[in-house]
Design a protein around this ligand. Structure first.
Ligand code: 5RP
Length: 293
């Protein structure tokens, strides 16, 4: 029961203190709904505005690739160092303990394998993303691929429609098919197409002239790491991407295929969040490695 005999009139309305109406820390996201911002704030650290996403969705195309033979052994022990985990629903349910309490970016399209490359993917049901408490859903867009461009842009469009209904942000993944260019002109085009069609975050690749890609994309960009590189080169890649406007990394192979994945992800995080140079981050990597991490 409400205590009707104890209704006290409010006294302090802070009349001399205007309500703060500042924007939001992520580019292009100020006008999103509260739930979407809340989810994005779980993926991107509000104190740095950046993220280290750990991608292990590769199996849905590549099968049990090196470094992902046992996600329970390869990913779970290092998940604590990531800001967000990017994976597929089957593997998340099978191998990722919900008690980790890490934000999930759910790979939400399916239909391709390494044997046939780009295909006519479909998008999963938003209800399942919500059941998994996804902080974002990720959908691939194959700009420039004659067979799949229209279908994958339609997929992104659909993902944004269904994501918005539940306040789930969408990450547009720019695909790189065998015959596609990998330069700033292509990645600017592909990233911009993702953003214009409603992606809240775009994942693309670092390239020469990358600042043009980030500058022309109205929402945050995270970079994929790509093929495994020597640790220093991967750290340089992350550093250059951040220096040229990326809001983080969504890195897989350069972490889980390292001989010391826990040390590597902490070194990457040092670059992304703590302003370490690649050399300083490599020093951190070597120290952690020497400590048996
Ligand atoms: C696979 C992906 C990966 O998540 C993405 O490529 C990041 O992983 P990596 O750093 O290994 O490139 O989208 O389809």
């Amino acid at each position: 029961m409400a205590d009707l005999d104890d209704i006290r009139d409010g006294k302090d309305f802070g009349l001399d203190k205007p309500v703060q109406t500042e924007g939001y820390f992520l580019k292009g996201c100020s006008h999103l709904d509260w739930g979407t911002k809340d989810r994005l704030s779980r993926i991107f650290r509000p104190d740095t505005g950046r993220t280290v996403m750990l991608a292990f969705d590769h199996g849905f195309i590549m099968g049990p690739t090196s470094g992902l033979e046992r996600v329970d052994l390869n990913i779970v022990p290092i998940a604590q160092y990531a800001d967000c985990l990017m994976g597929c629903r089957g593997m998340i349910r099978a191998a990722i303990p919900p008690t980790l309490n890490k934000p999930i970016c759910l790979r939400a399209d399916a239909g391709s394998s390494i044997l046939t490359e780009l295909n006519h993917n479909v998008v999963i049901d938003i209800d399942d993303a919500v059941r998994l408490n996804a902080s974002a859903i990720a959908v691939m867009v194959a700009v420039g691929d004659p067979a799949t461009e229209a279908g994958t842009i339609a997929n992104l469009y659909h993902a944004v429609d269904i994501g918005q209904k539940s306040g789930v942000p969408v990450l547009g993944v720019t695909a790189v098919g065998k015959d596609m260019a990998r330069d700033a002109t292509y990645f600017s085009l592909a990233s911009r197409i993702c953003a214009e069609n409603g992606a809240n975050v775009v994942k693309t690749y670092f390239c020469e002239g990358f600042e043009k890609v980030t500058a022309s994309c109205p929402v945050p960009i995270v970079i994929a790491g790509g093929k495994k590189l020597p640790e220093l080169e991967a750290l340089e890649l992350a550093w250059k991407a951040i220096d040229q406007g990326a809001a983080g990394v969504d890195m897989g192979r350069n972490v889980f295929q390292s001989d010391h994945p826990a040390a590597m992800i902490q070194a990457v995080s040092g670059v992304v969040h703590d302003g370490l140079t690649p050399e300083q981050a490599l020093e951190l990597f070597d120290t952690l490695k020497a400590d048996g991490v």
